[in-house]
Write a protein of this length. Sequence first.
Lengths: 288, 334
Amino acid sequence: MLAIYKREVRSYFQSMVGCVFVAFLIAFTGIYFMAYNLTAGYPYFSYTLSGTLIVFIVGIPLITMRSFSEERKNKTDQLLLTAPVSLWKVVLGKYLAMVTVIGIPNVIFCAFPLIIKAQGTAYLKVDYISIGVFFLLGCVYAAIGMFLSALTESQMIAFISTFGILLILYLWNGILSMLPSSAVSGLVGVLIILTLIVVYIYQMTGNIVIAGVIEAVGVIAGVVVYFVKSSLYENLLTKMLGRLALADVFTDITSNSIVDITGIALYLSLIVVFVFLTVQAIQKRRWN
Amino acid sequence: MIEVKNLVKKYGNHTAVDHLNFTIEEGHVYGFLGPNGAGKSTTMNIMTGYLGATEGEVLINGHDILKEPEEAKKQIGYLPELPPLYMEMTVREYLEFVAELKGIAKNKREESINEVEKMVKIWEVENRLIRNLSKGYRQRVGLAQAVLGFPEIIILDEPSVGLDPKQIIEIRELIRQLATKHTVILSSHILAEVREVCDYILIISKGKLVASDTPENLERNLGDSDLIEIETKASPDEVRRILETVDGIRSISTKHLENGITWAQVQEKKNTDIREKIFQAFAQNHQPLLKLNPLQVSLEDVFMELTQSDRAAEEYAEKAKKKETEDMKDAGDL
């Protein structure tokens, strides 16, 4: 795992992608920092950071796009998969390398609140927590990007699909306000989500019995709950899918100074889920 | 050493490998021979754990490649069809990476890399970027990667493709050198290469194993009889008349050539050598022989026959079986 990690980190900085990412992120943050904190005199660095979020949406796909698609295209994955290293370690080695690249600008950001403090009052606790959560959010985005990269042979497709998904997540609150809130639509929404999950399970296992049983049990349970207590479904879609507005956890800190622990737990579990899905996607390809 | 049992690999409806069974013993050079698309690469990819099999199992020294992948993979060095190289690394960096990946102890890495670099002669390019190397050197770096750590089994998928004749000879030398300490399995669709390097051949066609034997046995087992070609100035009728006096002939075919020479092909019965008798017979009739040439079935013929028609493959399998039982009977008599 260490070998892969070291190679990846080195390759990020040899191929300039890593340098460009770090430079871009810092330059952009620097401009915001100048404008908000130094010129306008606003004492929260976290606010500056929330402006930088949009850079992540372009920058992270840049880092993740080549992780697995390039290996597959150049057939170097044959080396990794025939080496006496488990697939988990291969995926984790690569993922940690991305996390390291994302971590570098965040470490540099840690200096910015101190600059503010040198000029007057600073709110270090909020600032450092927001940097930490910002970094975690980057890790979640990277896990999503890595998963999408493992699905394709083309870097371009990996980039565009990751960018698209991150953009949708960024704009999620706006999209969400268009969803209906009645109980029936809640039920329909739940059934659609259930069916999508079942289709994925069927794709991965090829076992129609398991998929069918899960779908049937889910549909029955969903309908029964609807008739017993339909009020549960009201606003359910907005509540459930509202969680997907991942950046909310971060913006809560930056705009309201509220730290949502469940949100951080959500980040961590999403990272685990997408690393797991990446491993599964590669495994699946070996068996097809 | 390697046991492949009932291996099947399906891509959708297409069966790439079809119930393959074979065993690889220690210390030999094995050649996978087959036309393009016969399933050689797929088989190798499954043996090295890159692909999963639809059915069947592969045991490397008793370790199942799918159930105990790390133990099994440790014993294999693999050079795929396209060497898995990272273009942005130098040769040295790349080999250091592979050494670490293969879990070679830190204090032995340096020494191991140096030894391999000398062996495949990439010593002088070790600080160059792989991107800038020629195809031949890239292939050698790929080979170095497979040999690194000196695993017991070395699997090479078409190691000489795309190389110039001099490099091909060098790679063959290297394979022979490796074979003294390792079990080598290589695939090829070039007969001459397999014949020259391997001491055991597995012929694969349409995903099935159609023959596995030493090159010599393969040549001998095909065809029940040997052919003898003769040329003389006697007329075709005369030739037939003379040959009829010789025992051990199965069939004769003659052809009158333009310059008054008769060409004849004689099929002799198995395990008889009638060349002397033919000579004597013609000498007694005062008909000098211009040419007496035994024709042997070449590996090319075996290959063509076995991979072109399914029937020939089945017949070959039957014959090989019969011969085996006969050999056993002979042994019993002794």
